[in-house]
Design a protein around this ligand. Structure first.
Ligand code: HEC
Length: 132
């Protein structure tokens, strides 16, 4: 009698679906270059510049101006907030991903950024935090 054979052995199926899920999620995101002007700045304008421009709370307390590429890269009076290529060490990412003390979670006292907006910023940093 023929042994009944499953089309996909369970282990292979798991590996296959993990690869598929990762591929579908990561491939388009990595293939596409994130643009500072077209992708990142609109998020900052919409969610951050209310406070991070001269006259705003965030700017007055930390010195961080999020209205331009130069401002973002200049960081705060304590140093840079973006380390090109390294989102884990970039403090701007740490505060929006809530990896810091609660008092400096950003946007301050506002709805957190979406996972999608956070990933966009991560990819921008990972791709070198370019002025593109
Ligand atoms: C409602 C006002 C407000 C909004 C909106 C806001 N911030 Fe802030 N931000 C602040 C204030 C106030 C501080 C100073 C916090 C402190 O040092 O106590 C600050 C500080 C920071 C710092 C420096 C953290 C440090 O080391 O002290 C970063 C980075 C930052 N904000 C990023 C952002 C980003 C990115 C956004 C948008 C996603 C954002 N902020 C939106 C008010 C705001």
């Amino acid at each position: 009698m023929l042994k009944k054979k499953r089309f996909f052995p369970r282990r292979e199926l798991a590996v296959f679906s993990a690869a598929l899920a990762f591929g579908v999620w990561a491939a388009p995101a990595l293939a596409q270059e994130v643009s500072f002007a077209e992708d990142v700045l609109p998020v900052l304008n919409f969610r951050c510049t209310e406070c991070h421009q001269p006259g705003g709370d965030g700017y007055e307390i930390s010195g961080l101006d999020l209205t331009s590429y130069e401002g973002v890269m200049a960081g705060t009076k304590y140093g840079p907030m973006i380390i090109p290529g390294n989102w884990q060490e970039s403090n701007l990412l740490a505060v929006i991903e809530h990896r810091t003390d609660r008092q400096i979670w950003m946007p301050h006292n506002r709805k957190p950024l979406s996972k999608c907006e956070i990933l966009l910023l991560r990819f921008w940093v990972l791709q070198g935090a370019n002025d593109n």
